[in-house]
Design a protein around this ligand. Sequence first.
Ligand code: GLC
Ligand code: CA
Length: 573
Amino acid sequence: MIHDNSEMTTQRRRTDIDRQWWKEAVVYQIYPRSFNDSNGDGIGDIPGITEKVGYLDDLGVDVVWLCPVYDSPNHDNGYDIRDYRAIMDEFGTMADWEELLDELHARDMRLIMDLVVNHTSSEHEWFQRSRRREGKYEEYYYWRDGSPDEPPNNWQSIFGGPAWSYDDNREQWYLHLFDENQPDLNWRNPDVREDVKEMITWWLEKGIDGFRMDAINFISKPEGLPDGDPDARLVGHEHYAHGPHIHEYLQAVYDDTLANYDTMTVGEMGGTSIDKTAEYLGERNSGLDMMFQFNHLAVDDGPNGPWSLDGWGAWELTDFKEIVTRAQDELAAEFWEALFLGNHDVPRIVSRFGDDEEYHEESAALIATFLLTLRGTPYIYQGEEIGMTNAEFDTLDELDDVMTIGKVEELIEAGAIDSFEEVRGLVNYLSRDHARTPMQWSDDPHAGFTDGEPWFGVNDNYRDINVDAALTEENSIWRHYQSLISLRHELDTLVYGAYELLLPDHEQLFAYTRTLGDEEVLVVLNWSDEPTTFDAADIDSSSAEILLSNYEQSPENPHGREFRPYEAILYRL
Ligand code: GLC
Ligand code: CA
């Protein structure tokens, strides 16, 4: 826990920087289903990713995080795993996967896999045997007695509806924090923990470089599974998040598996405070190198969280700066931070935090500048490097995501809305499906993603926004990402330098310095569509070298303090 090692922390600050390859890395996240289809069946696949390894190398990224590619019936696009040691047929074979790993390693890139062990698919052999009460599998999941019309407690599924389903076969209820096809593994059972560890070692032995750990703060549930506060936004969350044995379980996983390999790990923690997040980091805690925490992404939530019917979508830069700064100070400075704004579960970053129309290029480049100049390890989600935007969904039928559909159905059942129409705006603001439209490679049919019919509709704007166009244009968003990544590789200051926020109350500018030894870098971002003036009394940028900017800088006014809409400048002071 952090309070126990404050002495160690002070000491660490005084000594040299603690270099780690994963701190210096830039990660690229791939959602395989939507990345690149190699065989024309409309579904992205592993050979399709291998075809693009050169593309990723040109961009300059160091690590690829692959969302689940395991055998799965795809109720939640691979986050419902049927067999942890097999590749999903639609994605290819184990030999294809091995070839991808080799190709990445041949170019000095690393591969991390998604570790989904809070739950399995209901089609997983463990669950099938558990339903039949077979041998050691009997208590592999959370089974409870009760009459078929009354769940054992009041917990709600994160995807909408009760967190329990009744199994007619075993005549008992089983727990699922996510979809009914994703039963929660019973981590209280030591056999479960052993099986999971064996599986982790199996993948590490295949030569992977680490894991992204899905919903990892949910794996320990308290004895008795007590009712949650019925008025909470996620009923039961106070019990199943950070449960009583969480650190013990994670520590054991680390000691018995990861500790024997050179890996990086990043945990996913929804609905977690920065304080709580810190408890998972540090050497003798849980062996997690960094965490995806979502406090900064809550900035535009309505009063009842992301699925508030009113009051969503508005956010103040000053609030955002405060949250980001807290995480920089309390996570990145003390331990490390996972830097991200987008992933496969949230809307497109330029639509959400920038301007996907008038200042599309400028704002996408500004956001990139932000992500790649903070302290921590940046994660780029596929398509961000070309400024892919949200799509437009007119009817519920056009959506695919189990969560969006589940949430809409929950609202209808609760009588909060009568039809999809009433939440169309909200869904178009936050659906996970925005991030899942196929990658836009070219202006060929279906954006060059497939020669067949894509499994999910391509965003109409692919004729303008695509990789081919970005590669031919000199000042494209893509080039900006490439330059930022290479600057990060050159300048230790961008990786390890101390972060200091300037002008906390400024409503348009997000400005900060990064300092390491006698090198100081200044980042000034005009995060708005109106011009403004940068004036920080103790900083003189007039003689500073501009390392990168997203506008052309005129020779007459080389270091002007006037910032144009979404102008972003990186200086060396
Ligand atoms: C995580 C994943 C998400 C998935 C859920 C259940 O939040 O990022 O895509 O639906 O866990 O596995
Ligand atoms: Ca395919």
